[in-house]
Ligand binder design. Structure first.
Ligand code: PEP
Ligand code: CO
Length: 450
């Protein structure tokens, strides 16, 4: 199907959809989808439009995007402490980046719906037994048994309700005082004084202290200023499971346009962005801001055609390119991509995912090294500056919890033999809370001293 043909929220169904499960019980699958269509939207079209206008500002260099959260959320970890800790670390990072970059930071979680995962193989073999791969909690369960790995349509319903519960507490935390600037800054001060590495960040933290004191000195009441006590926090996930996304897609009554109301922002993965595939078809018709992952394995002419199809009017704020080349390949690929695309005059936000090109195995554990992550980020900034394009965002897999999934890191400096201590992810390794703050202070340095 091409762009001249009519889009509907189900037009993707006539095309090849990569990475979809085979639902064994078609009757219950159809009934769950019908229920989801009737349930209230999780987010509003107006919120997605606000995010789009924020991203348009970032495209002009007037804001910076911070997107982060789990690789794969899990139903069993949908608890207030887990959600609070991830939100807390994103808010802490955003204060550091706002101050250093002198720009507002747009906060987007990989949260409240990041439940479906693309896999490199449909099946997994252990000791001669072949079972369907784990595809995320919204589809099946990670235990290696036949029953657990069978796609279960009721999980789609549960995914909706877990997303709703997560969003509800996020809205409470971000609008109810938890996110106040003073409080977030005091957490940062705690990190700085409690960590060996944190001492190096004292100067920046001290400058923020002074700025906050100044606000008080000129007579503003920090407790009363709405903007100092509430933040806009947006949700996002990979738009992978198209039937779920279709069921959550609604026509906005004020504009007559279609929005995928499962999250504010959706992204298209590196494995599902085929020009004539179902994912591009579905996303071209919804008006949310869209991210597109871009790894080493791509054809630049196809990428241009996908951008044309997803954003034919070159609408500002619509497209975020999330590059994930890896620390060793970014120098080879990013300059070429930027040169090819900047001549086209596209409105794009460039964001760096320093996680997905840097995964390797250490013994039995999938891991990533803090040094490689930092190296990719550093090169991302330098290459954009050399090419005259804007390094406008960053995309992390992180958690606020004290997991041991990535090695290295200034404050933690985890070694490979420590990975087993608290390795919790069911998919990719995440930066823990302290590693995330270390990275934020290091990016602060890149923003302040280009
Ligand atoms: C992800 O973001 O978890 C992911 C699977 O990324 P990519 O599509 O870039 O491999
Ligand atoms: Co991942």
């Amino acid at each position: 199907m091409n762009k001249e043909q009519r889009w509907s929220k189900s037009s993707w169904q006539t095309l090849v959809a990569a990475q979809q499960p085979n639902w064994p019980d078609q009757a219950s699958y159809a009934s769950v989808l019908a229920d989801l269509e009737r349930l209230p939207p999780l987010v509003f079209a107006g919120e997605a439009r606000k995010l789009k206008s924020d991203i348009a500002r970032a495209q002009r260099g007037e804001a910076f995007l911070l997107q982060g959260g789990d690789c794969a959320e899990e139903f069993a970890r949908c608890t207030a402490p887990a959600i609070r800790e991830t939100l807390k670390v994103i808010l802490q990072m955003s204060v550091i980046l706002t101050y250093a970059g002198e720009k507002p930071v747009i906060k987007v979680g990989r949260i409240a719906g990041q439940y479906a995962k693309p896999r490199s193989s449909d099946t997994e073999v252990i000791d001669g037994l072949e079972l369907p791969s784990y595809r995320g909690d919204i589809i099946n369960s990670p235990e290696f048994t036949e029953a657990a790995r069978l796609p279960d349509a009721d999980r789609l319903r549960q995914g909706y309700f877990y997303s709703a519960a997560t969003l509800n507490i996020l809205r409470g935390f971000t609008k109810g005082g938890f996110a106040s600037l003073e409080r977030v800054h005091s957490w940062n001060n705690e990190f700085v004084s409690n960590s060996k590495e944190g001492k190096g960040y004292e100067r920046l933290a001290g400058e923020i202290d002074k700025a906050l004191k100044f606000i008080g000195t000129i007579g503003m009441d920090m407790g009363k200023e709405r903007d100092l006590n509430q933040v806009d926090f947006y949700t996002s996930h990979e738009a992978l499971l198209l039937a779920y996304e279709e069921a959550m897609t609604r026509c906005d009554s004020t504009t007559g346009e279609w929005y995928d109301c499962s999250a504010h922002m959706l992204w298209i993965g590196d494995r599902t962005r085929q020009l004539d595939g179902a994912h591009v078809e579905f996303l071209r018709g919804v008006r949310n801001p869209i991210g597109m992952k871009l790894g080493p394995n791509h054809d630049i002419d196809e990428i241009k055609r996908i951008i044309d199809r997803l954003n034919p009017d070159n609408e500002p704020g619509r497209m975020t390119m999330i590059t994930r080349f890896g620390a060793d390949l970014i120098d080879e690929h990013l300059p070429k991509v930027l040169r090819q695309l900047k001549g086209e005059g596209y409105n794009l936000l460039w964001s760096c995912d320093p996680m997905h090109g840097n995964t390797y195995k250490a013994g039995n554990y999938k891991t990533r090294s803090f040094e490689a992550i930092l190296k990719e980020i550093g090169h991302f900034f330098h290459i954009h500056r050399a090419e005259g394009t804007i390094p406008g965002g960053i995309h992390f897999e992180l958690t606020g919890e004290a997991v041991t999934e990535c090695v290295g890191g200034g404050s933690d400096n985890l070694e490979a033999h420590q990975l087993e201590e608290n390795y919790l992810t069911s998919c990719d390794p995440r930066l823990n809370g302290r590693q995330s703050l270390d990275i934020a202070f290091m990016i602060a340095h890149l923003l302040k001293h280009p």
